[in-house]
Design a protein around this ligand. Structure first.
Ligand code: BGC
Length: 753
C-alpha cells in the first residue's frame, strides 16, 4: 500500500511538473503576445512569396530571381512578416537553401522580439524545390500500391529531406477526393474513394509529424484544400462546385477528419467555392465545421492570394479591405498574401478601427507562435546540422524504385503477352519515351514540372533505361526529349525497319502540368496521340501501351487493338526503371486502380455510384443503356501470377450493436511465380432511408503469396463500417441487410444497431 502511495506521489509530482512546464510554455507565448503591437501581430499572420522579396533579371531562358536583401529587411523589420513560402524560380541546391534560410533568420533575430520566420514549401511527392532530392510517385500512383506503411516511409523521407533543406513546414498532403478525372489536380489525390484517401492521408500525416515537430526528422504537415475543391462542375481548376451537405459529409469530410485525428497541425483552404459560397469566406465551414465540429485546433492558412480574390474573382467583397474582414471573421489565421502588403495594411486598419477585435487576432497569433515553438524554431531557427545528413541517402532511391514498381497497374495482358522476352527487337514510340518531365509530372523541381533542363543529370528516361539494358540493334527509337516535339508523334522508319521489329511499345499520356494550366476540354487522349496509336496498330505488330499521365485519358478509340496496357500514372524519378522492369518481368505487378477509368467522356461514374446509375435498361428499340461501363474498374489490376479468392465466411450472420464480425477468406496463388495480391473489401447496404451507394470500400490489404501458396485472410468489421451521414453530419445506423464483397465472393448479414 505504502509502495503504491509513493508511486502515486512520484506520479503526481511528475504530472504536475509536466503541467507546470506546459503552463510555462503557454505563458511564454502569452507574454510574447502581450508585448506585441498590432502591426507585429498582423505581421505574424502574413505570409509572403520569396519571389516577391526578390528582384528579377531577365535572362535568355526566363527569369532568374535574386533575393533582394532590402526587400527582405523591409518585410521582416517594417512589416514584421511571420512566414515566407516558395522558391523564387526553380529548385535550389541544399546549400543555397541554407544560405537563404540563414539570411532570413539572421534578419528576424535582429528584430526586437526575435520571432523566427516559419518557412513553408510544397514538397508534394518528395522535395519539389531542392536539387538532388528524391521524387516519388504522385499520390494517385501511391494509392494503387494499397500499402500504407510504404506511404508512411515515403512521407518520412520527404520530411527528412525537407527539414534537411532548412524548411519545417510542408503544404502536403492533398486530401481532396478525386471524384472528377477532368480536374487537373487529380494526380495529387489518392483517388476517388474516401476510405482509401483517409487511410493513405493519415499515414502521410504520421510520417511527417509522428516523431514530434521539434525533431529534425519531422515537418509540420498541411492538409489541403479544405473543402470540396476537387469536384468542380466544369472539371476546371478553381471553378465552382455544387456539393450537397450529405455528399460533403459522405465523401469529402472523412479524409480531413481522419487527418485531424492523426494529429495534422495545419490546414489550407480551398480557393474555390461550394454552393456559391467561397470557402475562404465561410464562417460555417471554417469555424462551425472545421473548428467546432471536427475539432481542429491547429493553424488555418489561406491558399495563394485567396483573400484578395474574394474581391477580385469571387466578387463577394466590394473592396480588398472588406475581403480581409470577411476572411478573418470566417476563421483564417494566416494569409498566403503573398505578393503585396495589402493584407497587413487592411488588417491593421480593421483592428485599429475596432471592426475586428484585437482579441480575435490574438487567437490566430497564438496558434502561429505555438506552431513555431513546437517546431523548435525558438530554440534554433537555422537549418539544423543533424538534419543535413539525412539528405539524398542511397536507400531513398531504392524506396523510390520500390514504390514506383508497386504503383504500376497492369490493366490488360492479352494472351499473356507480358512480360516480354528480352532478346527481341522493340520499336519505342510516343512523347513520353524520352522525357523526364512526363514521368515526374507537376511539382518536380519547378511548379509545372515541365522544365526538362532542371532535372538531375543522372535522371533516366525510358529510352535511357532501354539503352542501358539492350543492344543497340534491339531498339528502334527517335524520340525527342521535348514532349511536344512533332517527331514524337510520327513513325519515322522505313517499312523494312519496322518489319524487323517484334514489339511496338507506345508511351502515351500527358506532359507535366500543375493546377489551372492543366485544364482540358476533353478527357480523350490528345488527337495526335490517338493518331499515333492507330498508326502503330496498323503496322500489324504486337502493341504494348504504357500510359504515363495524371488522370485517366480516354483510350477507347483504339484500346481494343492493344495487347498489353499498363497505367503508370506519374511514377517519379525511378519510374523509367520501374516501367522497364515491369515490361520484362523483373518483378511481379500488384498495383490496383484507385479510381474508375472511364471509357467515354460523357460517362464518368465513380465505382460507388447509386443503384439508379447501375441499372441497365432497354429502350423500346432494344437499345441498352445505363450501368457502370468503364474502360477499367476501380480495383482492377493484373499480376503475372494467378490468384483466386474463395471460401468467404462471416463469423456471424447477425451483427448486434457494438459486436464485431470476423470476415475470413482464402487467397490462393495458383500461378507459377510469387507475388503480392491487393485485396479490397467492399460493404453493400441493401436498403437505407437515404439512397445507398452500390457498395463502399471498407478495408484493403496487400498479401504476399509464394507460388502455390494459400493463405487465410481476415478483416474485422463493426457498426463503424455500417453507418452513413445525414446532412448535419449525424451518423445514421439503420437496421437491415448488408453484404460483404471480396472479388466475386459475396456474403450477407443482418445488422441491428
Ligand atoms: C496551390 C497550393 C499550394 C500553394 C503554394 C497554390 O497555388 O493551390 O496547393 O500549396 O499554391 O505553393
Amino acid at each position: 500500500m505504502i509502495l503504491k502511495q509513493s508511486f502515486l506521489h512520484i506520479f503526481l509530482v511528475f504530472t504536475s511538473l509536466i503541467i507546470h512546464i506546459d503552463l510555462c510554455a503557454q505563458n511564454d507565448i502569452d507574454i510574447l503576445i502581450n508585448k506585441m503591437s498590432i502591426e507585429e501581430k498582423v505581421g505574424q499572420m502574413t505570409q509572403l512569396n520569396l519571389g516577391f522579396l526578390s528582384s528579377s533579371t531577365n535572362q535568355h531562358d526566363g527569369k532568374i530571381k535574386q533575393i533582394d536583401s532590402n526587400k527582405l529587411i523591409n518585410a521582416i523589420k517594417n512589416y514584421h512578416v511571420g512566414s515566407i513560402l516558395n522558391t523564387a524560380g526553380t529548385a535550389y541546391s541544399i546549400e543555397k537553401w541554407h544560405k537563404i534560410l540563414t539570411q532570413i533568420q539572421d534578419i528576424a533575430m535582429t528584430t526586437e522580439l526575435q520571432i523566427p520566420i516559419l518557412y513553408g514549401i510544397d514538397a508534394i511527392h518528395g522535395v519539389t524545390y531542392t536539387k538532388g532530392s528524391t521524387l516519388f510517385p504522385h499520390n494517385i500512383g501511391l494509392a494503387a500500391t494499397r500499402n500504407p506503411s510504404l506511404i508512411r516511409e515515403i512521407a518520412k523521407v520527404t520530411a527528412k529531406e525537407t527539414r534537411a533543406s532548412g524548411i519545417r513546414w510542408n503544404f502536403d498532403p492533398v486530401l481532396d477526393i478525386g471524384r472528377n478525372p477532368l480536374w487537373p489536380r487529380f494526380c495529387e489525390t489518392f483517388g476517388e474513394d474516401p476510405y482509401l484517401v483517409s487511410s493513405m492521408g493519415s499515414e502521410i500525416i504520421k510520417g511527417y509529424e509522428a516523431d514530434g515537430l521539434s525533431n529534425y526528422t519531422s515537418v509540420s504537415s498541411c492538409m489541403k484544400h479544405f473543402i470540396g475543391y476537387s469536384d468542380p462542375k466544369s472539371g476546371k481548376d478553381r471553378t465552382e462546385a455544387y456539393i450537397s451537405d450529405i455528399t460533403l459529409w459522405q465523401k469529402h469530410i472523412p479524409s480531413f477528419k481522419a487527418a485531424i485525428d492523426a494529429g495534422a497541425s495545419t490546414i489550407m483552404i480551398n480557393s474555390s467555392m461550394i454552393n456559391d459560397v467561397p470557402v475562404h469566406s465561410s464562417y460555417e465551414l471554417l469555424t462551425n465545421l472545421l473548428r467546432n465540429n471536427l475539432g481542429f485546433k491547429g493553424m488555418i492558412v489561406t491558399d495563394w492570394e485567396d483573400i484578395i480574390r474574394l474581391h477580385e474573382r469571387h466578387k463577394i467583397a466590394s473592396s480588398p479591405r472588406e475581403a480581409v474582414k470577411i476572411a478573418i471573421n470566417a476563421g483564417i489565421d494566416m494569409s498566403m498574401v503573398p505578393n503585396s502588403y495589402s493584407f497587413c495594411e487592411h488588417l491593421v486598419d480593421l483592428v485599429r478601427t475596432g471592426e475586428i477585435p484585437e482579441t480575435r487576432i490574438n487567437y490566430s497569433v497564438r496558434r502561429i507562435l505555438e506552431l513555431k515553438k513546437k517546431l523548435g524554431l525558438f530554440n534554433n531557427p537555422y537549418p539544423e546540422k543533424e538534419a543535413f545528413k539525412n539528405f539524398a541517402l542511397k536507400e531513398y532511391k531504392t524506396l523510390a524504385l520500390n514504390s514506383a514498381e508497386q504503383s504500376l497497374v497492369l490493366l490488360k495482358n492479352k494472351n499473356q503477352i507480358l512480360p516480354l522476352p528480352k532478346d527481341k527487337k522493340y520499336l519505342l514510340l510516343g512523347p513520353a519515351t524520352n522525357c523526364l518531365s512526363a514521368l515526374n509530372g507537376c511539382w518536380s523541381y519547378s511548379w509545372q514540372g515541365d522544365k526538362e533542363n532542371v532535372y538531375p543529370e543522372d535522371g533516366k528516361t525510358i529510352l535511357d533505361v532501354f539503352k542501358l539494358r539492350f543492344k543497340k540493334n534491339q531498339i528502334l527509337c527517335k524520340a525527342n526529349n521535348q514532349y511536344s516535339n512533332p517527331k514524337n508523334f510520327v513513325i519515322n522508319f522505313s517499312e523494312e525497319e519496322i518489319n524487323k521489329v517484334d514489339y511496338v511499345i507506345l508511351f502515351l499520356g500527358e506532359n507535366a502540368y500543375a493546377e489551372s494550366p492543366g485544364n482540358i476540354n476533353d478527357l480523350k487522349l490528345d488527337y495526335n496521340q490517338i493518331e499515333l496509336a492507330k498508326k502503330a496498330i496498323s503496322t500489324g505488330k504486337k502493341i504494348i501501351l504504357v500510359l504515363i499521365q495524371g488522370r485517366p485519358r480516354i483510350i477507347s478509340d483504339f484500346s481494343e487493338n492493344i495487347d498489353g496496357i499498363i497505367n503508370a500514372s506519374l511514377p517519379g524519378s525511378m519510374g523509367a526503371q520501374a516501367i522497364v522492369n515491369l515490361i520484362f518481368g523483373d518483378f511481379n505487378p500488384s498495383g490496383t486502380l484507385p479510381f474508375t477509368y472511364p471509357a467515354n467522356t460523357g460517362d464518368i461514374l465513380t465505382y460507388d455510384h447509386k443503384n439508379l446509375s447501375a441499372m441497365i435498361r432497354t429502350a423500346p428499340n432494344k437499345r441498352k443503356y445505363g450501368g457502370y461501363n468503364p474502360e477499367f474498374k476501380f480495383g482492377d489490376g493484373l499480376s503475372y501470377s494467378n490468384f483466386s479468392v474463395s471460401e468467404l465466411k462471416l463469423s456471424k450472420d447477425t451483427l448486434i450493436k457494438s459486436e464485431k464480425i470476423n470476415v475470413s477468406f482464402l487467397v490462393t496463388n495458383y500461378g507459377l511465380i510469387d507475388g503480392n495480391k491487393n485485396i479490397d473489401m467492399f460493404i453493400k447496404d441493401h436498403f437505407a432511408s437515404l439512397a445507398p451507394d452500390v457498395k463502399n470500400l471498407k478495408g484493403f490489404k496487400k498479401v504476399f503469396l509464394k507460388a502455390g501458396e494459400k493463405k487465410t485472410i481476415n478483416f474485422e468489421i463493426d457498426k463503424n463500417d455500417l453507418f452513413f451521414y445525414d446532412e448535419n453530419g449525424i451518423k445514421l445506423f439503420e437496421e437491415g441487410i448488408f453484404s460483404i464483397q471480396i472479388e466475386d465472393e459475396i456474403k450477407s448479414f443482418y445488422f441491428i444497431p
